[in-house]
Design a protein around this ligand. Structure first.
Ligand SMILES: [Mg+2]
Ligand SMILES: [Zn+2]
Length: 219
């Protein structure tokens, strides 16, 4: 099989629990989300604006946030082996996240996973409230009307076959660009409802096995 570009979401995909939810639940204002959510669903507010408002209420130092996510995020089974497998086969595995680099780097380093390319936003934590720093995601996506992962995916592609692995709303466009999709949770329901083919996964051993099987078929 030719080498692949494997695009992998972080929160709820590499981790078992979404670190953004953990951080807001512990250090933010829990009812703020209930007030914001209807405004997102109605289109009055973008997800980025909502995140900015939510995280402004997060009063915690970087170290407090790190301790929380290292304790509670959990690493999904098979991910370190999956990283090694991809390297052995010269597949490019890149993390495309709508979360925050400093949090992602802390978790990956904690689990002994080094040298992985990560495309994400950033958060500057402080006891006075957290400030988000958005990466440049080019023009608004014509499909979803947001600054989604499509821009970064196009940017990184060298024309290989694209594998997408994800779990949530921020993965909708990426998954629809891919040749092979692994999905769980909300993304799986969303793709199923739209009739987009995908494989449901709960751990990376299955993803590895399926991709190995595909390469055997292609050989
Ligand atoms: Mg996710
Ligand atoms: Zn999009």
């Amino acid at each position: 099989m030719n080498t692949l570009l494997i695009a992998c979401d972080f929160d709820g995909t590499i981790t078992e629990r979404d670190t953004l939810h953990l951080i807001v639940a512990e250090y933010g204002s829990s009812d703020l989300w209930n007030r914001i959510e209807p405004r997102i669903l109605s289109g009055e507010m973008s997800i980025e604006q909502a995140m900015q408002e939510e995280f402004a209420e997060v009063r915690a130092t970087h170290d407090e946030v790190r301790d929380l996510v290292l304790r509670d995020a959990g690493l999904r089974r098979g991910f370190p082996e999956f990283v090694r497998w991809a390297r052995e086969r010269d597949h490019r595995l890149i993390v495309f996240s709508s979360g925050f680099r400093s949090v992602i780097d802390e978790i990956l380093a904690h689990w002994g996973i080094e040298g992985l390319e990560v495309v994400s936003h950033e958060a500057l934590f402080s006891e006075d409230g957290c400030r988000l720093v958005w990466s440049d995601r080019g023009e608004l996506c014509l499909e979803c009307g947001r600054h989604c992962k499509r821009h970064d995916l196009r940017d990184r592609s060298r024309g290989e076959r694209l594998v997408y692995i994800g779990d949530g709303v921020s993965d909708r466009c990426g998954a629809r660009m891919a040749d092979v999709v692994f999905a769980r949770a909300q993304l799986a329901d969303d793709l199923a409802a739209d009739g987009v083919p995908f494989t449901r996964f709960e751990d990376f051993d299955l993803v590895r096995d399926r991709l190995d099987a595909l390469s055997t078929l292609a050989a």
